[in-house]
Design a protein around this ligand. Structure first.
Ligand code: GDD
Ligand code: MN
Length: 371
């Protein structure tokens, strides 16, 4: 496998040689993989590029890409583009240049990819991983809290470290996402790229890493800009998912079910059936339609098939009873307090509670993601 390792640098003169040496030592024994190291430097004033140019003379598998400073995200994207277009890489890695990421862990990343994972991330927040113990309390809280906001905000809590820059992933994700990644110029790029890869179905593996403070140079992160970018990203994605996600489809399916229920009731009554029976038959037809449409469309990515379909259909009927109880209960409480004539005022919120109940049951119980 051809692996391209992207190393973004801005003023890393004192770190880059030592990082390259260590990475080379770690990757040499990987018999089935060829690694190329792409240093993406933004014309660092400290002369990082000169160090890399000198290094290249004795290490031809090192590449230098120079550009102007437009942010970490832009630098990573330039590295990805080179890895895809010029190297034809199968997998792409990235690592900070300041030795905060221990290169000796890289072998584990490669093994995870060899074992079938698509996106391997170094994780500070799982057992065996850590952030520097010498960090002050506020900095630790800031780091842990920031990650938690992203983790729970985006709603994929099974992934623990969203912001880190030590990764290895299949090049197909970079190919499919590179156009959309253009708008993430700063550090938020890391979060956005991981998130979009997960939406494409990437199987994520986490490798515990110890993050250590840099010894030379200083951090380039601009905290206020970073916080703003992260919060904006998380908020936008949540809204987008709410609008285009399963909830809208669920409502469309529900409306179709409602129409089926009504039509069948009217037809059966015309044919002479008692409305109570007609409405029961109609309701069950709507339930069948809802189940099939939700299974094939709303929750199509988690589609149930085979013999499980029967058990799940039964479960679907049982959970629907919950919605009926909620709706009837709301009307009962309302009419008890305000009189029987007021039932319409409670019927509408009752339907709303029933909808929410159904949606929660469908997404969390019936079509629960098996991970
Ligand atoms: N080419 C380029 N252009 N490189 C950059 C730029 C830039 O604008 N900004 C930062 N870098 C490089 C740095 O030289 C370093 O190799 C790496 O990107 C990480 O930058 P640091 O400045 O060392 O970041 P940090 O240690 O504060 O941030 C760490 O935590 C972030 C949040 O968890 C890193 O692990 C980041 O990757 C992570 O996103
Ligand atoms: Mn750093």
């Amino acid at each position: 496998m051809k692996i391209a390792v992207i190393i973004p640098t801005y003023n890393e003169r004192e770190n880059i040689r030592s990082l390259l040496d260590r990475l080379l030592a770690v990757t040499k024994p990987l018999a089935h993989h060829q690694c190329t190291f792409i240093v993406v430097d933004d014309t660092s004033p400290d002369g990082t590029a000169q160090v890399v140019k000198a290094y290249r003379k004795t290490h031809p598998n090192t590449v230098l890409i120079s550009g102007k400073k437009e942010g970490l995200g832009k630098a990573l994207l330039r590295g990805m583009t080179y890895a895809i277009d010029d190297l034809g890489a199968d997998a792409i890695a990235q690592i900070d240049a300041d030795l905060s990421h221990d290169p000796t862990a890289f072998g584990k990343f490669v093994s995870a990819l060899d074992n079938g994972s698509d996106f391997v991330i170094g994780s500070r927040y799982i057992t065996g991983g850590s952030i520097p113990s010498n960090w002050g309390l506020h900095r630790k809280i800031y780091s842990v809290l920031g990650n938690a906001v992203v983790r729970y905000g985006l709603g994929f809590s099974s992934v623990h470290d969203w912001t880190g820059g030590y990764r290895l992933y299949r090049a197909s994700y970079a190919k499919r996402l590179r156009e959309q990644m253009n708008k993430y110029r700063g550090y938020v790029f890391q979060i956005a790229f991981l998130y979009k890869s997960i939406l494409l179905g990437a199987d994520v593996a986490e490798i515990p890493i110890h993050f250590s403070d840099r010894q030379f140079g200083h951090s380039k992160i601009a905290p206020s800009e970073y916080i703003r970018d992260v919060l904006t990203f998380v908020f936008r994605q949540r809204v987008k998912r709410a609008i285009y996600g399963p909830f809208l489809k669920f409502c469309v399916v529900g409306s179709i079910g409602f129409a089926i229920n009504t039509i069948i009731l009217e037809v059966l009554v015309t044919l002479g059936m008692h409305p109570a029976w007609g409405s029961a038959v109609g309701a069950e037809c709507a339930i069948v339609s809802n189940f099939l449409l939700n299974n094939n469309w709303t929750f199509g990515t988690k589609k149930i098939a085979g013999i499980r379909l029967i058990r799940k259909f039964f479960q679907f009927n049982v959970t629907s009873l919950g919605a009926i109880f909620l709706q009837a209960g709301t009307v009962l409480v309302g009419t008890h307090l305000f009189g029987i004539q007021q039932y319409r005022w409670f019927y509408v919120p009752g339907v709303g509670f029933g909808l929410l109940w159904n949606y929660a049951m469908y997404s969390r119980v019936i079509w629960r993601q098996k991970r």
